[in-house]
Write a protein that binds this ligand. Structure first.
Ligand code: NAG
Ligand code: NAG
Ligand code: NAG
Ligand code: NAG
Ligand code: NAG
Ligand code: NAG
Ligand code: NAG
Ligand code: NAG
Ligand code: NAG
Ligand code: NAG
Length: 619
């Protein structure tokens, strides 16, 4: 009660809390950080924590911490061990996986609720949504194995009522918000789920959250779908169970119809209050601008949905007022002033969310916690500094390349790829690769990729080819896969030996999605015989976002400076439409469908990622 009185007073008499001009930049979590949820935890040295959805990428559910809302350190991954959710490796749609999470703290326990969605199942089948709870007492360390609970729908959020009972709120069947009591340590739900609010009429209600303030229960909702019509709406009731009445001026925040904003698709908010009582909203937006609203599926925003922060004024007894999202936020708010010198907690092994990489795979080290794999990695395919290859990362090749069987499924097979988020509009990423003597047979390939998903990735690498004519990939050596899963086993009597393969630089890619029209880019490639003098050394491969619309792909002998790298091609950012996730850049090793797992091992070193520019206004 004290707090409420003090808060009210602060609004009536601004002198109580000094409103100061402050400014900061959006997005606060740049790059692939969709569907964020954030909290403030006074008990943990007044620290803010956020997490976001990760779909098929692993590790998942990164947790970031900050004391000033400006610097964000990656402190843990709630989904960090393959055995926490082995099924993630088998979901055969790339946009399945970890959906919108909510992070909350209560009585010493951090909880993340989320949904493991299997888009391949029909909507009527409730097992399409596996609802799960991750708990930990140490947000800087490991999270527990998830607890599975019965919940229709997606985007679960816990809300504790005054009597201490935890209620889970989900959005069901794109129709509205449902709620039931849940035991967060056992996953036991007290049925039935009841409808709470159907939303203000926008399509696809999602990410519902309940907040109690001034004797009102407020329901916070994302509506309109997560693209151009995305919006934040609210309703309130004197009773948790309603009836809820929508805010008279819904939507309370949106970029819909505001074509001037570089930040589009604004929505999916969470609300939290800092130590001084200032309210804040996190949410998602895409840096697209331009023609985004006219044609979101052909717009240019490969980094996908990112996390923004806006100050919120929430007068007593009224609905909150959200500031609009822009690249530079300024106004009458005060950013939290950490009591000590630290803007981020010292705990947690990660780096700042926008940090560069200079990774040399030192003996005894591990892959950094922000490195990402596509689906659950086969751990034996990645070895840091193996004997005789110190300061290198051994990549054991997968049968599958990044496209996999059909640009979508991988049926539990690994796809050897290790990457990190594209965290800047403009950046440079390079590695050196020791391939000589390791890649010897037709179709063996190692290189770097900018990847959105299996049907949208552009690569440059070195590949051994016996012939540059298109041919049936199974005409050489048989690889041992069971007939029922992967189609007929080739007729062994018709196998022809490969001609002596030659190394080529291959720049290629694919850019199709379910949303994209028929004229999308199918697999296309340029092959260049390995240039004179390149065969005797390791090679350096580089991907650079040269401007906000184009990536360049270059290569050269190891140690080449930028000027001495040869550009093999460009691709456009709008060929990588983020369905739900966003681009990562990294290194892959594959035998392109032949020989079996581990056909060869190549060695990656000098992993460098340098952010060059964060573009936050229409360029
Ligand atoms: C708060 O900070 C102090 C001093 O750095 C540290 O000893 C303590 O562990 C921190 N508490 C938490 C919960 O992180
Ligand atoms: C739902 O999907 C699961 C997994 O594929 C399957 O075992 C189950 O039979 C399906 N249930 C219905 C009602 O279709
Ligand atoms: C889900 O919504 C559709 C209409 O959008 C409706 O036809 C269907 O009955 C709903 N299913 C359930 C289980 O409510
Ligand atoms: C959750 O279930 C456990 C085990 O049955 C029980 O000990 C605990 O009290 C329950 N929690 C709540 C909040 O009811
Ligand atoms: C956006 O514009 C359309 C068409 O004029 C209108 O129907 C819709 O209500 C507007 N939405 C918002 C949130 O302004
Ligand atoms: C946000 O932008 C909209 C559209 O331009 C405007 O109507 C609204 O007043 C702005 N909100 C605030 C808090 O300034
Ligand atoms: C190669 O594959 C194509 C398409 O799968 C098939 O039609 C053709 O018969 C195959 N050729 C040989 C020589 O096996
Ligand atoms: C793709 O096709 C559509 C309609 O068929 C056309 O309007 C559009 O310009 C085409 N886009 C490209 C990049 O060719
Ligand atoms: C971006 O870079 C590409 C590749 O160099 C170039 O074709 C394009 O014109 C550039 N765009 C702008 C706006 O400079
Ligand atoms: C990728 O692998 C598939 C087999 O999984 C193969 O059919 C395809 O040709 C490969 N792509 C390239 C570019 O070699």
């Amino acid at each position: 009660m004290m707090k409420l009185i003090w808060l009210g007073a602060s609004i009536i008499a601004p002198a109580v809390v000094q409103a100061e001009q402050s400014s900061y930049h959006n997005p606060i979590l740049p790059g692939f950080h969709p569907d964020p949820s954030c909290i403030f935890v006074p008990e943990y040295n007044e620290t803010f924590f956020c997490t976001s959805s990760t779909f098929s990428w692993f590790p998942g559910l990164p947790v970031y911490a900050s004391r000033d809302l400006v610097h964000w350190k990656h402190v843990s991954n709630a989904l960090s061990r393959p055995d926490q959710l082995p099924y993630l490796g088998y979901l055969n749609r790339g946009q399945s996986g970890i959906y919108a999470p909510t992070i909350r703290y209560r009585d010493g326990v951090f909880t993340i609720m989320t949904t493991l969605a299997n888009q391949a199942l029909p909507r009527e089948n409730l097992t399409r949504w596996d609802n799960i709870i991750f708990n930990t007492r140490d947000p800087y360390g490991e999270w527990d194995d998830p607890i599975h609970y019965y919940g229709p729908g997606i985007d679960p959020t816990p809300f504790w009522d005054d009597d201490g009972v935890a209620w889970v709120t989900s959005t069901f069947n794109s129709s509205g918000v449902v709620q039931a009591p849940v035991n967060l340590t056992t996953g036991e739900v007290t049925l039935p789920y009841r409808w709470l609010w159907l939303g203000s009429g926008g399509a696809a209600p999602e990410g519902a959250r309940v907040i109690k303030k001034d004797g009102w229960y407020y329901a916070l909702l994302a509506e309109g779908g997560t693209r151009e019509k995305h919006m934040v709406t609210m309703a309130r009731s004197r009773s948790l169970h309603g009836p809820y009445e929508g805010a008279p001026n819904n939507p309370l925040l949106t970029a819909y119809n505001n074509t001037n904003s570089y930040f589009q698709a604004v929505g999916h908010a969470d609300l939290f209050q800092d130590a001084k009582g200032q309210w804040w909203a996190s949410g998602l937006a895409v840096r697209a601008g331009g023609n985004y609203a006219d044609d979101p599926y052909h717009a240019n925003f490969p980094m996908g949905r990112e996390t923004f922060l806006v100050p919120v004024e929430w007068p007593e007894g009224e609905f909150p007022i959200f500031q609009n999202v822009s690249g530079t936020m300024s106004g009458d708010f005060t950013l939290p002033q950490p009591s000590g010198p630290e803007t981020v907690p010292p705990q947690g092994s990660g780096k700042l969310v926008n940090a560069n990489d200079e990774v040399d795979f030192e003996p005894g080290s591990q892959l950094p916690p922000h490195f990402l794999h596509w689906r659950i990695p086969h751990v034996k395919n990645y070895k840091v500094s193996p004997e005789g290859h110190e300061n290198q990362l051994a990549l054991r090749s997968s049968v599958l390349n990044l496209t996999g069987f059909d640009g979508d499924s991988s049926l539990g097979l690994g796809q050897t790829f290790v990457s990190r988020r594209q965290s800047h509009s403009l950046f440079k990423f390079s590695v050196e690769i020791d391939w000589k003597g390791h890649l010897t047979r037709d179709s063996e390939e190692v290189g770097v990729s900018v990847m959105q998903d299996q049907s949208q990735h552009f690569d440059i690498g070195i590949v051994q080819l016996s012939s540059t004519e298109p041919k049936n990939k199974t005409s050489g050596t048989l690889y041992p896969v069971p007939e029922n899963e992967f189609g007929p086993i080739p007729d062994i009597t018709k196998l022809v030996p490969d001609a002596e393969p030659k190394p080529y630089i291959r720049f290629g890619g694919i850019g199709i999605t379910g949303f994209r029209r028929a004229n999308a880019t199918r697999w296309a490639e340029d092959l260049t015989e390995l240039p004179e003098g390149w065969a005797d050394s390791k090679l350096k491969f580089q991907i650079e976002a040269v401007n906000t619309t184009h990536y360049s792909f270059s290569a050269g002998p190891a140690g080449s400076s930028d000027e001495n790298l040869r550009v093999f091609g460009y691709t456009r950012g709008d060929l990588m439409v983020p369905i739900y996730s966003g681009t990562t850049v990294g290194a892959y090793a594959t035998s392109n469908g032949r020989y079996g797992e581990g056909a060869f091992t190549a060695y990656v070193s000098k992993w460098r990622y340098t952010g060059i520019k964060q573009v936050i206004e229409e360029p």
